[in-house]
Design a protein around this ligand. Structure first.
Ligand SMILES: Cc1ncc(C[n+]2csc(CCOP(=O)(O)OP(=O)(O)O)c2C)c(N)n1
Length: 274
């Protein structure tokens, strides 16, 4: 895909994320919009995973540790053909498998997540299994910066270095906000790059809302032979909708009809401006 096509995809994904959050009257809006470009690049440019090879042991694995932002994942999986997009009309409804966090009942989802701090440990185990089986697939996991204080992440980070998991990539969606306050005020984890490095990881920082930059970073894996890869992706929570950007209210805010229309107008204008 050209960079322009990738940028168009991101905007279309953002529109759909908001559409289904509005329909469900629930969702994690800001954090889904911050990680949209990361998911776009991984699924459309980097990973070898599709509905056709999902049962193959050689497929790349994506585990969304910040599971609350499932709307971004569902929209991308539908676009990849893992299930019909119409299924998302049942998001958060009684008896629907499309609930507010990833579940393996949904085609394309690798692991049940949502309790923060579980995705990286699962990804480490999967990456160890790849090494033991002499498989070449890669394992990607997406964490929130507000998730980093979970102690299980740091146990997993130590293990990843111990087992030289250069087939593993941990991406931190560093939008710097949590639910009620900036991450630095709740439990400061800065400087994140120094922490990952001191745990034995190779680290790259990137503008996590720049599809071109993201592509280049992921293509350059492994950053150092024998070291696990950490990508600190600097993003904007609520990216793409002016009144949602960097606003705590939109962590799990549902737009009113007027707010939704305004968001669609802005995103359509961004499409035209490409
Ligand atoms: C173990 C655990 N504790 C608390 C929560 C509740 N929770 C959901 S989202 C969230 C904030 C996460 O912030 P961050 O990881 O930065 O997510 P983002 O801003 O990207 O949405 C919290 C504490 C949870 N899901 N799991």
């Amino acid at each position: 895909m050209t960079n322009k096509e990738l940028k168009q995809k991101s905007i279309e994904y953002r529109k759909k994320i908001l559409k289904y959050i509005l329909k469900a009257k629930a969702g994690h809006t800001g954090g889904s919009l911050s990680c949209t470009d990361i998911l776009n690049v991984l699924y459309n440019e980097i990973m070898n995973v599709s509905p056709q090879n999902f049962s193959s042991p050689d497929r790349d694995r994506y585990i969304q540790s910040k599971g609350h932002c499932v709307e971004a994942l569902f929209v991308v999986l539908a676009d990849q053909g893992f299930f019909p997009e119409e299924d998302l009309n049942t998001l958060c409804q009684y008896k629907s498998h499309y609930i507010g966090h990833p579940t393996r009942k949904v085609n394309g989802v690798e692991q049940n997540t949502g309790a923060l701090g579980h995705g990286l440990p699962l990804a480490v185990g999967t990456a160890i299994a790849a090494k033991l089986d002499n498989k070449l697939f890669k394992v990607y996991t997406l964490l929130g910066d507000g998730e980093m204080p979970e102690g299980s992440n740091w146990e997993a980070a130590l293990s990843a270095a111990q087992y030289k998991l250069d087939n593993l990539c941990a991406i931190v969606d560093k939008n710097s906000l949590q639910i009620t306050a900036p991450t630095a005020e709740v439990c400061n984890t800065d400087p994140l790059d120094e922490k990952w490095k001191s745990f034995g990881w190779a680290v790259k920082e990137v503008d996590g809302n720049d599809v071109d930059a993201l592509k280049k970073v992921f293509q350059s894996m492994p950053f150092e032979k024998g070291k696990p890869n950490a990508v600190i992706a600097h993003t904007t929570k609520g990216k793409g909708v002016s009144y949602m950007e960097n606003s705590l209210k939109w962590h799990h805010g549902v737009p009113s009809a007027a707010e939704y229309n305004q968001a669609m107008k802005e995103l359509d204008e961004s499409l035209l401006a490409l």
